[in-house]
Design a protein around this ligand. Structure first.
Ligand code: COA
Length: 315
């Protein structure tokens, strides 16, 4: 074995709450349509003065404090995101400076869209094996509201802002994540690069993405469990990327998972892309739904198109 355990989590949500009724005043939609098609009732949005970096700092500080790990003990710091405040320096580099991590800490941002946090966990597991210090600080953070077209009702209703953080520890005797990562290159979800003066908006082929997720999410869970030599009964919580409640419900039905082990927070957060899995992990840990020694199977999927699953055990 060579693996990770989760020591603690943290999260930060921006102050503005945008309800379905708020959106119905901006585009031709309704609370009934959004709730029944997606399970989303509200999402958070950064107000002027709030930033991606600010959310990351708050979530990271919380996770470090709860873990009882100092920034100088971190060997690897990764931020999964596609909506950082700037392309460079990477958010992880800003965290190195602001939090006071060592200059030999491996710091970079990683873009695997909504699968980003799971990709980052796996990357951290690989890098920490060779790092001088065995604690990792892993974040998923997005300010998707900056990339939304608030005249496009098919996308602006889905996404929200937020940041989640996790402190992990690598040890030879800890269990592997048994991660399964995949990619099927496609433009089905597209966010153009930032060109001077031109707005950059999320565009999505909703039905194609739905079909992709309905196929890959259950398959990914089965592959992770096969790799680990475990069954669904050995998992305490399934932490699904909160993209659409109907996608989650399909996977739950297909794999006959106990619904009480699959609860989420999509109703209040919307789809926060790379932040979604760590935000939910944090909520589950804070509320005691996920406790010491328990196993969480995290599954992400989204733009790329990418998917990823990993089995994360709590200390
Ligand atoms: N309010 C009201 N009507 C809407 C609407 C909205 N917010 N958005 C789209 N519609 C309309 C469409 O214009 C269309 O109208 P028409 O029949 O007159 O042309 C109708 O609803 C059906 O549109 P469609 O795109 O087929 O809806 P859908 O049932 O596929 O639901 C999604 C749309 C986006 C909710 C759904 O496709 C989905 O969830 N896909 C996966 C998206 C996802 O999870 N992405 C992130 C992955 S990380």
């Amino acid at each position: 074995m060579n693996g990770l355990k989760l020591l603690a989590t943290g999260s930060a949500l921006p102050s503005q709450v945008v309800t379905n009724d708020d959106l119905a005043r901006m585009v031709d939609t309704s609370d009934e349509w959004i709730t029944s098609r997606t399970g989303i009732s509200a999402r958070r949005r950064c107000a002027p003065g709030e930033s991606h970096t600010g959310l990351c700092l708050a979530a990271a500080r919380q996770a470090l404090e709860r873990a009882g790990v100092g920034p100088e003990e971190i060997g690897v710091c990764l931020v999964a995101t596609l909506t950082a405040d700037q392309l460079s320096p990477a958010t992880a580099c800003t965290l190195q400076q602001e939090l006071g991590m060592g200059e030999d800490t491996v710091c970079f941002d990683l873009n695997a869209a909504c699968s980003g946090f799971v990709y980052a966990l796996h990357t951290a597991q690989c890098l920490l094996a060779a790092a001088p210090r065995k604690y990792g600080l892993i974040l998923g953070a997005e300010v998707l509201s900056r990339f939304l077209d608030y005249t496009d009702r098919s996308t602006c209703i889905l996404f929200g802002d937020g940041a989640g953080a996790a402190v992990v520890e690598w040890r030879e005797e800890y269990p592997s994540l048994h991660a399964v990562l995949g990619c099927r290159g496609s433009q089905a979800i597209h966010v153009p690069g930032v060109a001077v003066g031109a707005p950059s908006h999320v565009r999505m082929e909703g039905q194609a993405v739905f079909r992709f997720a309905a196929e890959t999410v259950p398959a990914c869970i089965v592959q992770v469990l096969d790799k680990a030599g475990l069954g669904t009964q050995d998992v305490d919580r399934f932490v699904f990327h909160q993209a659409n409640q109907r996608i989650i419900d399909l996977a739950v039905r297909k794999l006959k998972l106990p619904p009480e082990k699959c609860t989420g927070n999509i109703a209040s957060t919307g789809n926060t892309s790379a932040a979604s899995v760590p935000l939910l992990l944090d909520e589950l840990v804070r509320t005691g739904a996920l406790g010491p020694g328990q196993r969480a199977l995290c599954v992400g999927f989204g733009a790329g198109l990418t998917w990823g699953g990993a089995l994360l055990q709590l200390r």
